[in-house]
Design a protein around this ligand. Structure first.
Ligand code: SUG
Length: 443
């Protein structure tokens, strides 16, 4: 266990993009997923883009871990739906009779690690351990398959129960829909100091939701996660239904925060003035929150969502006195979003500079730089206790790059997934990855 206020760092766990990355149109309310349905994906480019982002962060001095892809297709899921015979027969029958179910079984959606879990650092938890709750992701069938493997992986990466408590997902029921850290922001004076935990939710479980796009997170789920973690200073905030209706299916599409800074679009929260007031009150005596709000007049919500400006990573870089915004390339290509990014970096505010990364393959499914990572604040002792085999070193980066170049296709459509060769390729890639991760990364 760690003492409150011990020096701590914010590590990132990034989802390694799986070999079956494709555009299956599985997420209603996620405009990019819907727009790119059936498009040609490039799994090899996708995984290399993700690895390049991880390497960038590691090179900036931020501890970086890798969260492996899940086994796909999920044959246990398909067999439970009554498809039988050999694996090839199961797969073919599923594609022929129920392509949306087949698409769910093949999805590489575990890459979006921000949805893997919600994390409460030891400085904020009741028992002084790091708490991680796998997210049930019940709002989407393909994503609801993830949490058992996710919880198992988190236990492998954070094995020591004197430091870490990994919780299974909340019961998989719509009343308790939980999307993980994509709807959670922690503000603090410094990572190891006590923080304020913002939990954003879309709807109340017992109030009928009549809007066309789903509100994935319930207030009841957010409260349950905060309760089971013993999270100090929780602040529950409702997402603006208008933002969800415009395509902000997670709060992290319109808001990101780090240290004392909350960077968000004017329309992100139902009541922004009440939000600021609640956060100030929760932070009272700890730190002065800095609100960087972008107005609808300066950046219309549609541009915020198309560019994913707020789905940037906001990080503290060792040796730099202001925060760095790691933004998707798409921001640089959207004149309005780009102007906001430049203005903010040029101001005297908490964000000192912007750096762009190319994660286009993920972006086409609605996953920006922030979606691809799960933040875990760790004290030095906790960092030492984390499984070193999953830490991205130069050697592991090199080996994963060679592995991806060998095993991944550079062209894939959902229609290709009926091919039994894909079953074999996916399995071979995963077996080779298991081998690679079980050997020391220094070799
Ligand atoms: O849950 N897309 C993911 C994107 C998740 C983004 N994560 C965060 N905002 N933190 C989702 O909607 C699309 C899959 C497809 O259509 O093939 C998808 O699952």
């Amino acid at each position: 266990m760690s003492g409150v206020g011990a020096p701590a760092v914010e590590a990132n766990l990034d989802g390694l993009v799986g070999p079956t990355h494709n555009y299956a149109g599985l997420s209603p309310g996620n405009l990019a997923s819907q727009t790119h349905f059936g498009a040609l994906s490039n799994p090899r480019a996708a995984v290399l883009q993700g690895l390049a982002k991880m390497k960038l962060l590691a090179d900036l001095g931020v501890p970086q871990f890798v969260l492996p892809p899940h086994d796909r297709p999920d044959f246990a899921f398909l067999r439970s739906l009554g498809f039988g015979g050999s694996d090839a027969q199961v797969n073919e029958a599923a594609w022929k009779t129920a392509p949306l179910l087949a698409g769910a079984a093949w999805s590489a959606s575990a890459m979006w690690a921000a949805n893997a879990a919600t994390v409460t650092p030891s400085a904020d938890s009741a028992d002084g351990r790091v708490h991680l709750s796998a997210a049930n992701l019940v709002a989407n069938l393909h994503r609801s398959l993830e949490h058992p493997q996710t919880a198992a992986q988190l236990r492998t990466i954070f094995p020591d129960e004197s430091h870490f408590a990994v919780h299974d997902a909340l019961p998989s029921q719509p009343h308790l829909g939980d999307e993980g850290a994509a709807n959670h922001v922690r503000l603090c004076a410094e990572h190891g100091a006590p923080g304020v935990n913002l939990f954003a939710y879309g709807r109340d479980a017992y109030v009928p939701w009549t809007h066309p796009f789903p509100a994935r997170q319930t207030r009841e789920a957010s409260e349950a996660v905060a309760r089971r973690h013993g999270a100090h200073r929780p602040v529950f905030l409702r997402q603006n239904p208008a933002a969800i209706a415009a395509g902000a299916f997670h709060n992290d599409v319109v808001c990101v925060g780090a240290r004392t800074c909350l960077f968000y679009h004017q329309t992100a929260f139902e009541d922004p003035a009440a939000m600021r007031d609640k956060v100030r009150r929760a932070a009272d005596g700890l730190f002065e929150p800095q609100f960087v709000e972008v107005s609808e007049a300066e950046l219309p919500l549609a541009d915020a969502i198309a560019s994913y400006l707020f789905n940037s990573m906001l990080i503290e870089v060792p040796g730099e006195d202001r925060l760095v915004l790691i933004a998707p390339m798409d921001v640089a290509e959207n004149p309005l979003a780009h102007a906001v990014a430049e203005r903010i970096a040029a101001s005297n505010g908490p964000i000192g500079r912007v750096q762009y990364v190319d994660v286009r393959e993920s972006m086409r499914n609605g996953g920006g730089p922030a979606c691809l990572r799960l933040r875990v604040v760790l004290t030095p002792a906790q960092l030492t206790a984390a499984n070193p085999g999953y830490r991205l070193t130069d050697a592991l980066h090199r080996r994963l790059t060679a592995w991806a170049e060998h095993h991944y296709r550079d062209r894939l459509t959902p229609a290709d997934l009926i091919d039994p060769a894909m079953i074999r390729e996916s399995r071979e890639a995963m077996n080779a990855l298991d081998d690679l991760l079980s050997r020391p990364a220094s070799t």
